[in-house]
Design a protein. Structure first.
Length: 136
């Protein structure tokens, strides 16, 4: 087992902190959009359902990252980096949709496919690694 106090997974911890901070900021954006109805915020986030999806997805990614980090099971960088990138880009694309609407152009759709693929690979491989570790 690794002697690193983070089990080599500090990337997951740092990304979890970033995604949680973003989720907290988006909670305020939701408040100013849905509850207080600040005109600028209502106009900026015309698709507040997507803003809520982004907020919840950032929270979910934070929990997943913190949970996997807390397992202290070392994961290789080729698993950690897709998890980190996907944990920011997936909910980030919901945020883009909250601002631009659901009609994403082909470039953004390509980014969605790449982001979902990275996230699926990273979290899927992490789940396999953790399962294998639990069977030892």
């Amino acid at each position: 087992m690794s002697t690193d106090k983070h089990a080599g997974n500090v990337t997951l911890l740092r990304t979890g902190c970033v995604t949680l901070i973003i989720a907290l900021v988006l909670a305020w954006c939701l408040t100013f959009t849905k509850l207080v109805k600040v005109p600028f915020m209502v106009e900026l986030f015309a698709h507040s359902d997507k803003l809520l999806s982004s907020h919840l997805d950032f929270l979910m990614m934070s929990m997943l990252l913190f949970g996997i980090y807390a397992s202290k099971i070392p994961l290789p960088k080729f698993i950690q980096y897709p998890m980190a990138i996907g944990s920011i880009t997936n909910p980030g694309l919901f945020l883009v949709a909250a601002i631009l609407g659901s009609d994403l152009n082909p470039v953004l759709m390509l980014l969605v496919v790449i982001s979902f693929s990275l996230t699926t690979f990273g979290y899927g491989m992490a789940a396999i690694q953790l399962l294998r570790f639990s069977l030892r």
